[in-house]
Write a protein that binds this ligand. Structure first.
Ligand code: 6GU
Length: 232
C-alpha cells in the first residue's frame, strides 16, 4: 500500500514509521510512506498556508491553493483521499478493514480550525473522526488511522494475532496472563494451565462477554441482537 501524507509537520510521523512493526512493514515493502509538505506549494513570500474564515469566527483555517496544488501534483483526483476531522463519520475497525484493501491512500493532516470546504468538495472521499473529542491537530488522528489500517494488511502481523483481538465478532478481548504464575499474591486462573483447549476457549468467550458488557454496553447489545455466536 502506498501512503501519502499531506502535512506541514512530517516530523510527527517519522518516529512512528522508524520503529518496530511499522518499520518492518516498510522494509518488507508491504507499505511505503511519503510526506508531502504542502507549504512548498504556497507561492507567496511567506509561504502562508492559513487565513481567517469568511464570515468571521475564531481561529485560522487552511487555504485552498497550497492543498489544491499539492493534491493535483500527486494526481489525487479519483484516488482515496482521507481527511481526518472531528466532524467526520466515525472511524471504526470495519472502516480500517475496508481501507486496508486499497492500493493507495492519501491523508490530509489538517491543522488550525479546519480547511477550506472546496478542498473537501474537490478531493476528499472520506471525512473521518476517531472519536467524540477534539484534538489540536490532524496529525495525531492521521497516525491513529494509519496504525489501525496498515496492521490489517496481509503479512504485516501474523493472522493469529488478528483472530481474537478486540472488535473481532464485535466483542472485546479476553484477559491475558503470562509468567510468573503467582505475582504479589495474584495467581493465573487455573483453567489456563489445564491444557483443556475447549474449556479454555469457553472461559475466554465468557470473559469476552463479561468485559464487553461491563465496558461497552453498546457493543454488547449489538452482539446479543445480531445472534452471532462467539463459538462460530
Ligand atoms: Cl480526525 N481530528 C481532530 N483534530 N480532532 C479529532 C479527530 C480528528 N477525531 C476526533 N477528534
Amino acid at each position: 500500500m502506498k501512503i501519502t501524507i499531506l502535512t506541514l509537520f512530517p516530523k510527527v510521523f517519522k518516529g512512528f514509521f522508524s520503529t518496530s512493526i511499522p518499520s518492518r512493514a516498510i522494509d518488507k515493502k508491504l507499505i511505503s510512506v511519503k510526506y508531502l509538505d504542502f507549504r512548498k506549494f504556497a507561492e507567496d513570500k511567506h509561504h502562508k498556508c492559513d487565513d481567517e474564515p469568511y464570515g468571521g469566527g475564531a481561529g485560522l483555517i487552511l487555504k485552498p491553493e497550497p492543498l489544491f496544488k499539492a493534491l493535483h501534483s500527486i494526481k489525487a483526483e479519483n484516488k482515496r483521499v482521507i481527511y481526518p476531522t472531528p466532524s467526520g463519520k466515525l472511524f471504526t475497525e470495519d472502516k480500517a478493514y475496508e481501507l486496508s484493501k486499497e492500493n493507495e491512500l492519501i491523508f490530509i493532516a489538517g491543522h488550525y480550525e479546519g480547511m477550506d470546504q472546496r478542498v473537501i468538495d474537490t478531493f476528499v472521499t472520506d471525512e473521518l473522526s476517531i472519536g467524540d473529542y477534539v484534538l489540536s491537530s490532524g496529525e495525531t488522528a492521521t497516525l491513529v488511522m494509519i496504525d489501525a489500517i496498515y496492521r490489517l494488511i496481509e503479512g504485516v502481523i501474523t493472522p493469529e494475532s488478528l483472530d481474537e483481538e478486540s472488535f473481532v465478532n464485535g466483542l472485546l478481548e479476553y484477559p491475558l496472563y503470562t509468567r510468573p504464575y503467582e505475582y504479589e499474591g495474584q495467581k493465573v486462573p487455573d483453567i489456563l494451565l489445564s491444557g483443556d483447549h475447549a474449556k479454555i476457549k469457553e472461559w475466554r468467550n465468557t470473559k469476552r462477554l463479561e468485559k464487553t458488557r461491563a465496558n461497552r454496553i453498546d457493543l454488547y447489545r449489538k452482539f446479543k441482537k445480531s445472534k452471532l455466536s462467539v463459538k462460530g
